[in-house]
Design a protein around this ligand. Structure first.
Ligand code: F6P
Length: 549
């Protein structure tokens, strides 16, 4: 029983109906499904904004989808969704509202947290960011010596890095090429070293991004960056022109030595991994300009509205979430590949890893009881054509069930010249060919027809029936990027709601942080750390010896 008296997920009639249905369906062959319904390729599609979503190549029937939607209704997905949009404290373990949707709400929207409309504050910060971004872009904001800023170095980690870093790559074609943005996240000093070694401190702006402003990696890198700057400029006053902060914690920002006038705020109802459309997006806004940043927000908002209002049958994030539940909970899939056919989306899957795995990597439910069902998948992937020559072999002919999302674009980005733009059709030919091969494979008879010797037939046979969703968009614009990210945010939400887990906390990353702080003196000073386990103790001793201490 759940705390609210409802029976637990795996005992609900909707869950057991799905398990039974899965058994009854047995082996699903996509060739057969398409033979039975030749229209499937065009009718099993949905449109949202600029996205065309094809879910025809999935190992399920209309009945499966109905049962999955029943499960969503029975588990309160829609009620939780509405509670999220209303600003209720659905992040129960941290007692917080979950309102990233308010970050992209239009100026005249009213969204209340504890009786207060947060939308004016959101837009006040966006306006302040826009003013600052314009001044950096135009050269009006100069460094301490009066020189123009040429490079922005964003220092942050997790949600304070992955979103802007991914989007900067994704939207490079619309960035101001005279102004570079670099991202430093790793506490390995090599990261900051490589990011700054060829920079002129007088022309460098550091954006210190940290929701809490207590994250050790970020504060360590920020402190080193300040030394690097002051070693060159020799005047403490330079910090005010070369450091800005993005945070919810004004006190810690001031303690670090950054003037809070140079701080861009956000709020505890924005989760770190849901924050890049908040002040955390400042580096990106400097790169693409406030107008394009607003287009990005509009793209998010478009999908928010779709998720909030579209009926279950045509609700894309709901569908994506439920497909994942079908494979993860009933068909035994452990992972989910996201394969963008765009060089610009090289960091997209890394971003999704935090979004999905930090959100839904949980093993107790909202009531603190161990779950007796699978939760979040391992999310992985890299840009598609490169993957084709690396790990696709395993997807095509390996033994694992790996549902995959294929993301592609109808048009290349505007910046490519005619020769390079012409390569786009070849890229997309690969995109379509892969999902075709994955779905329909090649039968032994088809292989034989090609004159392949009998002993090679098993090796050259492709079973097919590897499920994929194809998301085809017009072009990788800021709005389309916002639409794509919002799709995944809400997909993660749907799954967390069905699994009855809190998708908005991340207690699992805390233990490692605490232990790192305890172990550090053992490395540096050889200090005795009480309670250190024998394996770690031996490793630390080996480290000290190898380090020559
Ligand atoms: O990895 C844990 C985490 O708390 C993430 O959720 C967050 O995005 C990241 O650390 C960085 O936190 P902060 O923005 O507070 O520095």
């Amino acid at each position: 029983m759940n705390a609210d008296g409802r029976i637990r997920l795996h005992q609900t009639p909707e869950w057991t109906a799905l398990a039974k249905h899965h058994q009854e369906l047995g082996e699903v062959r996509l060739r057969e499904l398409f033979a039975a319904d030749p229209e499937r390729g065009s009718t099993w599609t949905l449109r949202v904004g600029d996205l065309y979503v094809d879910y025809s190549k999935h190992l399920l029937t209309g009945e499966t989808l109905r049962l999955l939607r029943d499960l969503a209704a029975a588990t309160g997905v829609f009620e939780l969704r509405d509670a999220m949009f209303r600003g209720e404290r659905i992040n129960t373990t941290e007692d917080r509202a979950v309102l990233h949707t308010a970050l992209r709400a239009p100026r005249d929207a009213v969204i209340e947290v504890d009786g207060e409309n947060v939308v004016p504050e959101v837009h006040a910060v966006l306006d302040k960011m826009a003013g600052f971004a314009d001044r950096v872009r135009s050269g009006e904001w100069t460094g301490h010596t009066g020189r123009r800023i040429r490079t922005v170095v964003n220092i942050g980690i997790g949600g304070s890095d992955l979103g802007p870093a991914m989007a900067y790559e994704a939207l490079r074609d619309v960035t101001d090429r005279a102004l570079a943005v670099r991202f430093v996240s790793n506490v390995d000093g090599a990261d900051l070293y490589e990011a700054t070694r060829d920079l002129d401190p007088a022309e460098t702006l550091f954006v210190i991004a940290s929701k809490t402003f207590t994250t050790i990696e970020t504060l360590t890198n920020a402190t080193s960056a300040r030394s690097w700057l002051l070693d060159a400029l020799g005047d403490e006053a330079a910090v005010a022109r070369h450091f800005v902060a993005l945070s919810t914690n004004a006190e810690k920002v001031a303690e670090f030595g950054i003037d809070t006038a140079n701080m861009f705020a956000f709020w505890d109802w924005v989760g770190g991994r849901y924050s890049f459309d908040s002040a955390i997006g400042l580096s990106l806004m400097i790169a693409i300009g406030p107008d394009r940043f607003r287009e990005l927000l509009d793209g998010f908002h478009l999908v928010d509205e779709h998720f909030r209002t579209a009926p279950p049958e045509s609700n894309v994030p709901l569908l994506m979430g439920l497909l994942g539940i079908w494979y993860g909970n009933f068909a035994g899939a452990q992972s989910h590949a996201v394969l963008p056919y765009s060089h610009y989306l090289s960091r997209f899957t890394a971003y999704l890893q935090q979004l999905d795995m930090e959100s839904n990597g949980k093993s107790v439910d909202r009531d603190g009881q161990p779950v007796e069902w699978q939760t979040g998948p391992v999310v992985w992937g890299t840009p598609g054509t490169n993957g084709q020559h690396a790990y696709y072999q395993l997807i095509h002919q390996g033994t694992k069930l790996i549902p995959a999302d294929f993301l592609g674009f109808a048009r290349p980005v505007a910046g490519l010249d005619d020769t390079l733009a012409a390569q786009h059709d070849l890229l997309m030919a690969n995109f379509f060919a892969q999902t075709q091969a994955l779905a329909f494979g090649k039968t032994p008879d088809e292989v034989r027809e090609e004159g392949v010797p009998e002993e090679l037939v098993p090796h050259k046979t492709f079973r097919g029936d590897h499920p994929t969703t194809t998301i085809l968009a017009t072009e990788l614009t800021p709005s389309v990027l916002g639409q794509l990210i919002a799709l995944y945010e809400h997909k993660v939400f749907v799954q967390g709601a069905v699994w009855n887990i809190d998708s908005f906390d991340q207690w699992g990353v805390e233990l490692g942080k605490v232990l790192a702080k305890r172990v550090e003196p053992a490395l540096t000073e050889g200090a005795e750390v009480p309670g250190l386990d024998p394996s770690t103790r031996a490793l630390v001793a080996a480290y000290r010896e190898l380090r020559g201490r």
